[in-house]
Design a protein around this ligand. Structure first.
Ligand SMILES: [Zn+2]
Length: 243
């Protein structure tokens, strides 16, 4: 809590009746300050690498003065990189439109007659945009990325300990293995996708509640069902049926 907010409490801080409200105010204030700081920093420090002009808008891909391609400002946040809201609930059409627009202006093909520096920036920026799009368009990868942005890592090999859940997955895998016709596999595929959609909805709700532990366990569950889905698709391809 900042000193200014502490001084707002007329009672001693620990016994402040508005303690919770103060904490909330403080959080909002900190978030606001950090957002302001981010904008201020960007508006103050971000300069065109070519002509040195200060760039006010970090989303501009080209310098407003010399029209030269700029480096991405936030390489680690794929939502910012693709100029989307930092949220699990992303509109896939908006995402696709942003991606296509950015690639249509950043793609190295557009820079064949430009300087080596511009070609290099275009190449790096364009491949970063591809990577960001690959991550964001997949609900599973998007959830893992958003969780990491919130400071929570999830290990590749993290498992669910719940025996009931594990039994359910084992039985599902057996059903897939024993499916004797492509039709049966397709039915299993539909029901598996529905389960995945439900888990994605859970993840969305848990992010909204900022319940990161539940986000984590749902991500791990989603991994199991994603692996079942991959298995079904492999079997369908083996049988010459492209899903
Ligand atoms: Zn410039």
């Amino acid at each position: 809590m900042s000193n200014s907010l502490k001084s707002l409490c007329s009672l001693s801080f620990n016994s402040c009746l508005l303690h919770l409200k103060c904490i909330k105010l403080s959080r909002n204030s900190l978030a606001f300050t950090s957002e302001l700081g981010r904008r201020f920093q960007h508006s103050k420090d971000i300069k065109c690498w070519k002509c040195g002009i200060e760039r006010k808008n970090i989303n501009e891909l080209f310098c407003p003065k010399c029209n030269i391609i700029q480096n991405p400002e936030d390489k680690n946040n794929y939502f910012n990189l693709l100029q989307c809201d930092v949220s699990f609930d992303i509109d896939s059409k908006t995402l696709r439109d942003k991606y296509r627009h950015m690639q249509s202006v950043l793609h190295p093909d557009k820079f064949s007659n430009r300087s080596l520096e511009e070609k290099n920036i275009s190449g790096d920026f364009s491949s970063l945009v591809n990577k960001a799009y690959d991550i964001l368009q997949s609900p599973l990868k998007r959830a893992v990325h958003l969780l990491a942005l919130k400071g929570e890592k999830i290990k590749e090999d993290e498992r669910i300990e719940d025996p009931e859940f594990l039994m359910e997955i084992m039985e599902l895998n057996e059903e897939v293995e024993n499916a004797s016709t492509p039709e049966k596999l397709k039915i299993l595929n539909v029901s598996n996708r529905e389960t995945m959609r439900q888990i994605e909805q859970d993840i969305s709700n848990f992010f909204k509640q900022n319940n990161l532990e539940k986000v984590k366990s749902s991500i791990i569950k989603l991994r199991y069902y994603t692996s079942v889905s991959q298995h079904i698709n492999e079997l369908l391809r083996e049988r010459g049926i492209v899903d």
